[in-house]
Structures are given as C-alpha cells and as structure tokens.
Design a protein around this ligand. Sequence first.
Ligand code: 6R9
Length: 654
Amino acid sequence: MAPETPGKENQALSNLLQENRRFAPPAELAAAANVTAAAYAEADADRLGFWERVAERLTWAKRWDTTLEWNAPFAKWFVGGELNVAYNCVDRHVEAGHGDKVAYYWEGEPEGDSRVITYAELQDEVCKAANALRELGVGKGDRVAVYLPMIPELPITMLACARIGAVHSVVFGGFSSAALKSRIHDADAKLVVTADGGYRRGAPSALKPTVDEAVAESPQVEKVLVVRRTGQDVAFGDKDLWWHDVVDRQSTEHTAEPHGAEDPLYILYTSGTTGRPKGILHTTGGYLAQTAWTHDAVFDLKPETDIYWCTADIGWVTGHSYIVYGPLANGATSVIYEGTPDTPHRGRFWEIVQKYKISILYTAPTAIRTFMKWGDDIPAKFDMSSLRVLGSVGEPINPEAYVWYRANIGGDRCPVVDTWWQTETGAIMISPLPGVTHAKPGAAMRPLPGIVADVVDDQGNSVPDGGGGFLVIREPWPAMLRTIWGDDQRYIDTYWSRFDGMYFPGDGAKKDEDGDLWLLGRVDDVMLVSGHNISTTEVESALVSHPKVAEAAVVGATDPVTGQAIVSFVILRGTVEESDDIAAELRAHVAKTLGPIAKPRQILVVPELPKTRSGKIMRRLLRDVAENRSIGDVTTLADSTVMNLISEKLPSAK
Ligand code: 6R9
C-alpha cells in the first residue's frame, strides 16, 4: 500500500499537533522537585508497589492485607486496611506539632470579610460538627446532602461526615430545587446541611427557599441544619435547626474511629447530558492516597512555604479533591474564596494572589479566557511575583490561552500543568510534572506514574504515535469510582462496555509524534463535516488564536450539503469593536490555520457563552440554537439568562 499522503483535510486536522512551542521546567524547581523522572520507571517496574508507597503517606490504624482486588470492573484497593480520613486531614497534623499552622485563609466575597483557620481550630470545628451529626441521629453509612455556599462550614461538614463514616453528597449551591430533590432522593439522604444564603456578585442570594421546596417532597429528610451566613429572613419549619444552636454548644472532643479502606466516603453527581444524574461513588483509602500524592506531585507542593489556591467551587470534584482532601492530607495552607472573579472589580483574583502571596494557583480555562477578554492591563497592576506553579483543569486549554496564562499571570517563569481527570477518576490522571516535563501548550502530555492510559481506534486497537481516537485507561487506579450509586449495571454500561476490558471516559484524544497526549473534549462533541471528523476543540483553539477573539464555542449543526456544518459562537477581546467583516475575517483565519474543511459556516459574536457552574461550555444548548430548536434543559447553567442574550444575537430569532 502506498504511504498515506495527508491531503489538505488531514493536515488541517493535525494543526494542534503542529504547535511547536515548548517550555522546559525551571532549573531551580527541577533541582528541588518532589517527584523526578525516576517515578515513571519506578511505577512501570512495579505498579502496585508504587501505589503501596503512595498509600504509606497516610496514617493507617490498620495496614491493608491486599493492595488490589480486581474483579473487573469492580476494584477494591488496600483491602483490610483501616483509617480515618478526617484524622489524616486534620488531627495528625495537630499531633505532629502543626496546630498553629493555617489550614485555610477564607476570603468572603464582601471585602474585609475574611477568616483564618488553623489546623487546631479546624480540628475543634470538625469535632463539634461530628458530635452534632451524631446528636441528630446520623450514623456510619448514612447519607447527608450538603447544599452550602463556599464558606468554612462546607469543608467542616464534609470532614465531620468523613469522621463519623457518614457519606456526603455535596450539591452545587446554584442548582435548582428539582436538581437538589432528585439528588436527595437518589441517595436517600436523611439530613440536609444548608445556609440561609450566600454572596454572589455583590449581593446575598438565598438558598433556604430552594431547600424548603426540595425537602417538602422528601419525606426521608429528618432534619435540615441551617448555617446563618447572610442574615436574610428565612422560613423555619419543623425539621429546621440553626447550625449555631446545635453545633456551637458541642464538645471539641471527638474520637475518630477507623473506617474500612473501602467504606464509602462520598457521592458526587455528574450532571450527564441525558437521563438521571449519575451518583459517582468514591471510597476512603485509595481516594485519599491518590488525591494526596497527585496534589504533592503535580503542584510540587512544599507544605512549609507554599500558599495554595484552587479557585474551583467545592461543589465540583475539583474542590473535593484539591481544596479539601488532597491539600489537607498534605498539611497544606490553602485559600478559599467565596465569590466571583469580578466582584467588586475585575482584578479581585489578582488582589487575592497579592494579599496572600499565593505560590500555586489552580484554575480553569474558562476563567483564563475571561481574563484574556478583560485585558492584560488588569493583572499587570498587581504583584504576583509569589507565584511559582500554575494549573489548569476542566476543559482542554487552548494553546493561546495557555501562553497568555503563562505570560500574564506566571510572568513567564512558572510552569503550567494542564491536568486531565474527571469526577469518576477522583484524582488527576494525565498531567505534566512541573519539575520534569518539557510542556507543550495545549497538551496534558503523559499519564502520571502508576496510570496506564492509551488512545485507541474504534475497534479498541492502540493507535500509533501521530494517531487519534478514544482515550482509555487500561488498569485500575486507587481513586477510581467504585460504581454508580445504587446502579452497578449502569456503571458497567457507561464506562466499561465501549471497549473490552478498558475504562472509557468519553473523551477523544490524539497522540503526537512524541507520544504525548492532547485531549480533544467529549466524543459526543466531535463533528462530522463532509465525511471528516473534526473536533470542536481544534476549531475553538484556531479561533482563540486570532488576536481579536477571547473565547469560542463550536458546534456541528445539521446541514443538507455537508451532513454537519460548523457553527461558531465567539466572544471578542475587551478592546475589540464588533464590525461587519469580523465574521469573514475569522472564517478566513480558521481556513488558513486548519484548512478549508474546518471553515465555519456561520460565526456569531455573542456577549457570553452558556456554562455549567464548573465552567464547561454547554454545547448541547448551542446546538439547539444552531439547529433552530427550542432550548433544552438549562437547570445546570451557572447563569440562566445567558441563553436569552445569545438568542437575541441570532439572525433567525429576529
Ligand atoms: C475534573 C473535572 C470531566 C471532563 C473530562 C474532559 C474535561 C477536564 C480536562 C478536560 C481536557 C483537561 N476535562 N480536564 N479536557 N483537558 N485538562 O473537570 O471533572 O467535571 O467530571 O469533567 O472534563 O472532557 O471528561 P468533571
């Protein structure tokens, strides 16, 4: 057979792989890095031995007998081992003499509203909350729904549950009463912990009325524990109790009983595009081991000197693993910020970096693109010389956004780690290591030591370097989901049925000529244009590489000629005026960078894009717009008015 000569179309599709900028690890960081290149070889030689050494970072009440029991696709890690997660995250640091060390600097949205919580204080608060839960009849294995804003009571409640062996199910403070109700019912929660309200965009926003609606139709809920945060008026019914009445009077003494390594720790629902939300179940030992190790390795955490800030909401898995469990297990000092990045001004994040001398910052591409849109001059006003490592999570990071982040936030001296993982994986799976990897903007690079990932074709065969297909994970890992709560069959069908013996996360990926991995988003989002697979990520990255574009979302819309046609929604950078020829200019730019096949049929300039609370673009809704349908379920949108703003911009809607 003649060697394949790439036609224009094929060349177009490998545009991302032609990205040739490289960033070596800073020499000083590399010389003192927590993890070196040797870790890959060590884990390759003895994968289970590697994870055993990771688990030894934790304090076990009883060591495990068996490292892994694998009845595919059901895994049990560190079987027979016993430990207490709250003890590992809090008490052991106090016992080691670090009680005065700050666990959390909490920064409220209203300026001047802040709290400093040391490990000793956190221990007192968690013990009081654990005693309160016991008094309210919550026992080991019971489910607790948590619907709180980003206030200290949120991690305190999670740790109190972990301490007594209750299973928390945190629901985003922005979700509707219907979403909350379905999650309460699915997990059969007997207690709800909430607040009167929280601060968002400069104003108190109520939470309690939403809970009241959900609880009215949830007979299994026995009590509702309410934190007073905003002081707004709330209705108080038979089941309601104030946090300050119940928790404040409790003893600060509570003995942390050990729990089994495989006892449930929490359920976290992924919204899912169709059907019932999936309750992802995480357990105790393997989850804590892998979140702690990855937090140490990927961010090169030095707990004595680093100030770490993950800007995620705790209601997202990123907050569970990298605001609460990983950092606390490592004895880190973290910042928690309650509000939005533009309150009271668009420099709020950088003011926080300056105020707390943040050294490690972990945020999402959606935030980075918003900052690009707002302009370089805003971060330039703040002293951010304390930063040394930058992280990204949640979506593929466009190369242009990566380079902007590195230059404008990291002063071109901080490595950027693009971390790929999911609610289901529990912890970071694919990422550069800041002291090892020669990073490429837009690539998550390599599976971490101990993780066996690959890219396969639709038959499940590994693709060669330079090829693309489906991301899979070939071997079980300690923080993996154990099942979908109450539905083992759905667990098998969703993750283990597409390819025999492999976990399928639902993402597309490419291997470049060096074997490095580029994540291309959900396979559901891949477009089929005149017989060619084109990923939305590639077209979006091409658009964002144009100097006038801050953010772009691309969908495939049914087209009589090409099967699907590319429709793009773009947000322009701060200083750019919208003009008639901008669409033509951008179409030409995409054609030039990716080839004519990828040229969007339509480009619409919009003020905002529909996003979930964790910042993911909801392309499903944009597809509805592009195909002129009525817009589907918007309950998981961060801001439900966005779709109206977009519809107004549509020629067909006028
Ligand atoms: C942690 C988290 C998971 C999905 C995942 C993928 C996308 C996350 C990414 C990324 C490319 C990255 N994703 N990180 N895609 N590069 N660095 O986001 O969990 O909310 O469950 O979403 O997010 O599509 O499958 P979750």
